[in-house]
Design a protein around this ligand. Structure first.
Ligand SMILES: Cc1cc2nc3c(=O)[nH]c(=O)nc-3n(C[C@H](O)[C@H](O)[C@H](O)COP(=O)(O)O)c2cc1C
Length: 327
């Protein structure tokens, strides 16, 4: 006679819950492809399972197409790269007509990265996108020169920053993320300005202004002289910015800068970020963000983390030195 067998004594480890919320937007996991490093997403569809990603931030969109900077546009550094793409893009209308219909087929959030040379420039891009389904939210790139203010970047002046966020806020109910410039005196001031103007979240941060000189010809190694540094070199600097910003505001923060490994993303989460973006790592491996989703799940399992969202803000701050000590 076959008696019922007792259940095996071992219980299967619980699956890791990778889902996170950034304000009102729910993501299946916290890994988002960063603007400018993943095209318009669809170009990667043959290499990457886009459905696996928490989200995709598309290349920065302007009201009109832009040809971008002279080449060379990128150069390698010891621990990252410097780029001067010059915000080349197909323009918001071509994006809506050619890319968005393809992107809509995937089960991932599409965030539109938006920029302009004037406040009206930003507003026009948002206005065009408002008429289309399939955009989960906007990420305003405020590291752009404001032609109405003598070319000072929007993100370097709290007043200009507020004005551009308020203008976008007036015409959309979709989430607005503000992508802050990293080279500001006090990131908390800019974070508060964005929050006060109605931002739903902050993205921290963009690239760091940089210069690479060719010692043979004494010229810049980039076509447009200076560029922006990204990659592993910027990670500890930006993790601190996320930490400082999170102390200043109550809206969520999305962290990015130099993320390659699961541990890198965990550092950002611990410093206070609710989600992360992956940028330069795509230049080494186009599957970097997809691999990070798998890696993060494994890391959580190995470290007995059941919900990845529990990591956010888990940094304890104990280092043995008073905060701010560095030399
Ligand atoms: C080639 C390149 C193009 C980029 N283009 C944009 C852009 O259009 N809009 C934007 O907000 N950030 C842009 N960025 C900045 C990245 O989204 C990201 O903030 C930065 O590279 C830091 O992250 P990382 O170290 O993971 O690359 C670009 C970065 C690179 C390397």
């Amino acid at each position: 006679m076959n008696l019922p067998q007792p259940a095996p004594a071992t219980t299967r480890p619980a699956e890791v819950d990778l889902s996170v919320n950034v304000g009102t937007l729910s993501f299946k996991n916290p890994v988002i492809a960063a603007s400018g490093t993943f095209g318009y997403g669809v170009e990667f569809a043959d290499l990457v399972d886009l459905n696996r990603l928490g989200g995709i931030v598309v290349k920065g969109l302007s009201a009109e197409p832009m040809a971008g900077a002279a080449s060379p546009r990128i150069c390698d550094t010891a621990s990252g790269m410097v780029n001067a793409i010059g915000l080349q893009n197909i323009g918001v209308r071509a994006f809506v007509a050619e890319k968005l219909p393809l992107l809509r087929r995937y089960n991932t959030h599409v965030i539109a990265n938006v920029f302009g040379r004037t406040i009206e420039g930003y507003v026009e891009v948002v206005r065009v996108l408002e008429q289309s389904e399939g955009v989960a939210g906007y990420e305003l790139n405020v590291s752009c020169p404001n032609v109405d203010k003598g070319g000072v970047e929007f993100g370097l002046d709290p007043g200009c920053l507020s004005s551009v966020v308020e203008a976008a806020r007036r015409i959309t109910a979709r989430p607005i993320w503000v992508k802050l410039a990293p080279t500001v005196g006090f990131i908390g001031v800019m974070a508060k300005a964005a929050e006060g103007a109605g931002a739903d979240a902050l993205t921290i941060a963009n690239t760091y202004p940089a210069l690479c000189i060719d010692t043979h010809n004494r010229k810049s190694r980039l076509g447009s002289t200076t560029g922006g540094l990204s990659g592993p070199a910027i990670k500890p600097i930006t993790v601190r910015l996320v930490y400082e910003a999170c102390k200043a505001v109550s809206i969520p923060v999305v962290g990015l800068g130099g993320i390659e490994t699961p541990e890198d993303s965990v550092e950002y989460l611990l410093s206070g970020a609710s989600a992360v973006e992956v940028g330069t790592a795509h230049f080494v491996d186009p599957r970097a963000s997809e691999r990070l989703v798998e890696g993060l799940a494994k890391w959580c399992k190995a470290n007995n983390i059941i919900r990845v969202s529990d990591l956010t803000g888990g940094f304890t701050g104990i280092s043995g030195l008073p905060e701010g000590a560095r030399n």
